[in-house]
Design a protein around this ligand. Structure first.
Ligand SMILES: Cc1cc2nc3c(=O)[nH]c(=O)nc-3n(C[C@H](O)[C@H](O)[C@H](O)COP(=O)(O)OP(=O)(O)OC[C@H]3O[C@@H](n4cnc5c(N)ncnc54)[C@H](O)[C@@H]3O)c2cc1C
Length: 382
């Protein structure tokens, strides 16, 4: 068994982990990032939209921008179309994540690919190569460390170490599809079939990400397998419905270039995003917006705070300092995330679920006027 020693171990090389790794390495501490995938950012499981406000947090390399957009069009179930200003970029997410990791490495972080964190034992993180690697022989690796950052996504292993895990999810299915002609706006689609979720078309030049997310039951229930089969059927049906509509509207060609999907945590941020010598960040901390499902910006923002605070705690040899992380990120994100969670709970409770009623479309349109980001009343404090 090989043993390594680092001041800080970060689990996950997504936007949260790489941002934390860069911030911490710049403070002069030793940082190891564990990433179970063989290639950072791949496969892409994302609609790839980011708001332009992200430019305040990171330099976005031009090569990562597939398309710029300024307007979001919301297609209401009653046939209405709402246009709102929503300036942003559709990214090449794989390249974006890769470049964030390269920045972290340039700052001094070491990154171990194909290596999965599996448990913690006192001050040691136990990891295992996902495939046999030269020098590792598939054996467990012990990493002695002072602080651990869990940036390991919606189903977080590290979160389990402090009993803080996401329980509410939207499950997404997405196709990459060629467009018949360029589209200048992002598009959001609502229908009672898209169970407490929505469909999207995010254009990137000649292609688009076309997907649907639907709310799924809490994990850990007794009849989970049956529920998942039913959810998977409902999700496929919802995406089929959206694709047919887009084909009928003449927007997309009849061809699927890539299939992806994944889980988005929508139950709000976790009660505790730190405990002992562990911080949670990004999707692992539930910092994702429970209504829009976007999480790249918050993952980067919170990752930077987590990396800086972890380094300060290590340099001063004081774990209490880690509590500052939660204070700092809540200062910025608590209000919008709390608002989105209130809207999410209302949508979940009042969505006109199947069997579809005759006036389900009207009911849903009414519901969205208070609970979808395109409407001013969404932002009203209640
Ligand atoms: C279909 C879909 C569409 C989306 N569209 C958008 C969008 O358009 N815009 C937006 O802002 N957000 C979107 N999101 C959400 C966004 O992708 C996440 O919020 C964002 O990726 C969070 O970043 P992260 O670094 O916290 O986690 P991740 O990007 O999930 O990174 C976690 C990393 O940890 C690694 N990992 C996990 N467990 C371990 C382990 N035990 N050991 C080692 N490594 C581990 C994983 O391999 C992964 O690389 C979408 C999500 C989905 C599923």
């Amino acid at each position: 068994m090989s043993t390594l020693k680092y001041d800080l171990v970060i689990v996950g090389a997504g936007p949260a982990g790489s941002s934390a790794a860069k911030a911490a390495s710049e403070e002069g501490i030793s940082v190891l990032v564990l990433e179970k995938k063989a290639s950072i950012g791949r496969p892409v499981q994302c609609g790839e939209f980011v708001p332009k406000a992200l430019c305040r947090e990171v330099d976005i390399d031009e090569r990562c921008i597939a398309q710029e957009v300024d307007i979001m069009r919301t297609y209401m179930p009653d046939g209405g179309i709402i246009e709102t200003s929503s300036p942003g970029f559709i990214l090449d997410r794989a390249l974006f994540d890769e470049l964030l990791a390269i920045e972290a490495a340039k700052a001094g972080a070491h990154i171990l690919l194909r290596t999965k964190a599996i448990s913690i034992c006192g001050r040691k993180v136990i990891a295992r190569p996902v495939w046999r690697q030269a020098g590792c022989d598939g054996e467990e690796i012990n990493i002695e460390t002072k602080v651990v950052i869990g940036a390991d996504g919606p189903i977080s292993t590290v979160g389990g170490w402090i009993s803080q895990v996401n329980r509410e999810f939207v499950r997404c299915l997405q196709y990459e599809i060629p467009l018949t002609r360029g589209i200048e706006t992002t598009e959001a689609y609502f229908d009672p079939r898209y169970r407490a979720g929505y469909g999207w078309l995010f254009p990137k030049g000649e292609r688009a990400n076309v997907g649907v997310g639907i709310k799924v039951g809490s994990r850990g229930t007794r009849d989970e397998r049956r529920a998942m089969r039913d959810e998977s059927r409902a999700l496929k049906e919802a995406l089929r419905h959206l694709v047919s509509r887009l084909e009928r509207d003449g927007k997309i060609k009849r061809s699927i270039l890539r299939v992806s999907g994944g889980l988005v945590p929508v139950g709000g941020y976790l009660r505790k995003t730190w405990g002992g010598n562990i911080l949670l960040v990004g999707d692992a901390a539930g910092q994702t917006d429970p209504i829009s499902g976007t999480g790249i910006l918050s993952a980067i923002l919170c990752g930077k705070i987590a990396g800086r605070i972890a380094a300060m705690s290590i340099k001063r040899n004081d774990l209490e300092i880690l509590g500052e992380y939660e204070v700092e990120w809540k200062d910025i994100l608590q209000k919008p995330l709390d608002r989105a969670l209130r809207r999410r709970k209302f949508l979940d409770a009042n969505w006109p679920y199947s069997p579809l009623t005759d006036n389900g479309e009207k009911e849903l349109s009414q519901l969205l006027r208070e609970n979808w980001v395109a409407f001013r009343s969404y932002y009203r404090e209640t």
